[in-house]
Design a binder for this molecule. Structure first.
Ligand code: UD1
Ligand code: MG
Length: 450
């Protein structure tokens, strides 16, 4: 059996009232459709076929190789949309999974169950259903007296009697591929002037084909995003799902309602997260860390037992037992090795702080390499930018930098050197030497043991 996936994403999403195509609206930090793509790819193992229409160029640009694309130039309905994938897939697969790109919370396990159901179904398709009378706009699953599925009737076309059917069409299907390609061109035109994929169910039933069903009980899974209100609900549902998973894995969330963990983040045991904390992108947090309150970690890696309070870390790497904050900003390429202490109102960019470095207050360190156990006095600045180019600062192990020192890069301070408070260092300072003044001059040699 070879399985392919087709995801429909050509619709405009009029009700979002947006210049952005619906499927590019973000959920959990990702474009909506990425969730559908990831779930389908987890089941099939290959990039799904994405049917694009409205905003096709923007969708392609955003998603790149995560999908194979086919265009639906006119939105003539979900059945017509699937048909656009036929030239690409016909003869290349035995089963086709079809989902809608605006159902971001559909689970991989549910899709697997659907594929499994079709695997054992002698008939041409299986579909996902939910018993949910509150989902008023969903298609009704019509069964006969023997419980066999006969048709799906769209809400707008349902008779008063059909309206009362509580079993609804969730919008995920697994088809026998050859049967699908043969029957899509036979779909009737709906009263709305569209070719509904759902009408294929009646075609199958009329031929006597067995229609498999898999039911989900999780309404969040089947929620399609049509409005901004639904987008916010989906965000809350996704957050609750992710937070429940990490609590089950041994992470303490003081207040899950205000803890925002994106899907790709990973967390170690016994880490404690205080409110208003955002863990985004490819962030990795070790065990026994304490994060927040009011903290953002974006594409950042933390070793075990780190503490980060009221701070923003972006593209940073922290070793073990590092303390950051309150009110620190780590930017791209900040690397704080084991036991670094970085206190309030500091910024570090594209720099390594060696093990045990102390940087307590009000400093900017950019484009620098700082050795072990250096003490960075309050208000120290690496003057790394001359207006045209960036320059490096290199500081050896055990250096003591006096408060308010300006390090005018490029500059090198040898191991064990010291600078006096308020000095402006424009020339290299040899190891074990004291430099003071503006511009700084070496006034004496220090004993190495001092
Ligand atoms: C659809 C189902 C309905 C089901 C519901 C679940 C049909 C006819 N109806 O209704 O039974 O209960 O989903 O949410 O399928 N799309 C295209 N091209 C088109 C039309 C739609 O790519 O020409 C895409 C849309 O972008 C969207 C998806 O197909 O991602 C579903 O379309 P939508 O209009 O939202 O269908 P519903 O009315 O919600
Ligand atoms: Mg919909």
């Amino acid at each position: 059996m070879t399985l392919a996936a087709v995801i429909l994403a050509a619709g405009q999403g009029t009700r979002l009232k947006s210049s952005l195509p619906k499927v590019l609206h973000r959920l959990g930090g990702q474009p909506l459709v990425r969730h559908a793509l990831a779930a389908a790819q987890a089941v099939t193992g290959v990039p799904p076929v994405l049917v694009v229409g409205h905003g096709a160029e923007a969708v392609r640009a955003e998603l790149g190789e995560a999908a194979q694309y086919v265009a639906q130039s006119e939105q003539l309905g979900t059945g017509h949309a699937v048909l656009q994938a036929a030239p690409l897939l016909r003869g290349r697969c035995t089963e086709v999974l079809v989902t809608y790109g605006d159902m971001p919370l559909l689970r991989v396990e549910t899709l697997r169950a659907l594929v499994q159901a079709q695997h054992f179904n002698p008939g041409p398709l299986s579909l996902l259903t939910i018993d949910a009378p509150q989902l008023r706009d969903f298609g009704r699953v019509v069964r006969d007296g023997f419980g066999k599925v006969r048709a799906i009737v769209e809400a707008a076309q349902a008779t008063p009697e059909e309206q009362t059917i509580t079993e609804r069409n969730a919008g995920a299907y697994c088809f026998n591929a050859d049967w699908l390609w043969a029957h899509l061109p036979r779909l009737p035109l709906s009263p709305k002037g569209e070719y509904y994929l759902t009408d294929i169910v009646a075609l199958a039933a009329a031929e006597g084909g067995e229609i498999g069903t898999v039911a989900t009980a999780d309404e969040a899974e089947v929620t399609g995003i049509n409005t901004r209100a639904q987008l916010a609900q989906a965000e809350a549902a996704l957050r609750a799902r992710i937070n429940a998973r990490w609590m089950a894995e041994g992470v303490t969330l003081i207040d899950p309602a205000t803890t925002y963990i994106e899907p790709a983040v990973s967390l170690g045991r016994d880490t404690v997260i205080w409110p208003n904390t955002y863990l985004q992108g490819e962030t990795v947090v070790g065990a026994g860390c304490v994060l927040g309150p009011n903290t953002i970690l974006r594409d950042t890696t933390l070793g075990d037992e780190c503490q980060v309070e009221c701070s923003v870390l972006e593209g940073a790497w922290l070793g073990r037992g590092v303390e950051v904050g309150p009110f620190a900003h780590l930017r791209q390429g900040a690397r704080l090795e084991d036991g670094v202490h970085m206190g309030n109102f500091g910024e570090v960019k594209n720099s390594t702080l060696g093990p045990g470095v102390k940087m307590g207050h009000f400093s900017y360190i950019g484009d620098a390499t700082i050795g072990a156990d250096v003490n960075i006095g309050a208000g120290t600045i690496t003057c790394n930018f001359d207006g045209a180019r960036k320059h490096k600062t290199v500081i050896g192990a055990g250096v003591f930098i006096g408060s308010d020192t300006m390090l005018v890069a490029p500059v090198h301070l040898g191991a064990g050197a010291r600078t006096g408070a308020g000095s402006v260092v424009t020339k290299d300072v040899p190891p074990d030497s004291l430099a003071v003044g503006v511009p700084a001059r070496v006034i004496r040699k220090l004993k190495a043991q001092e």
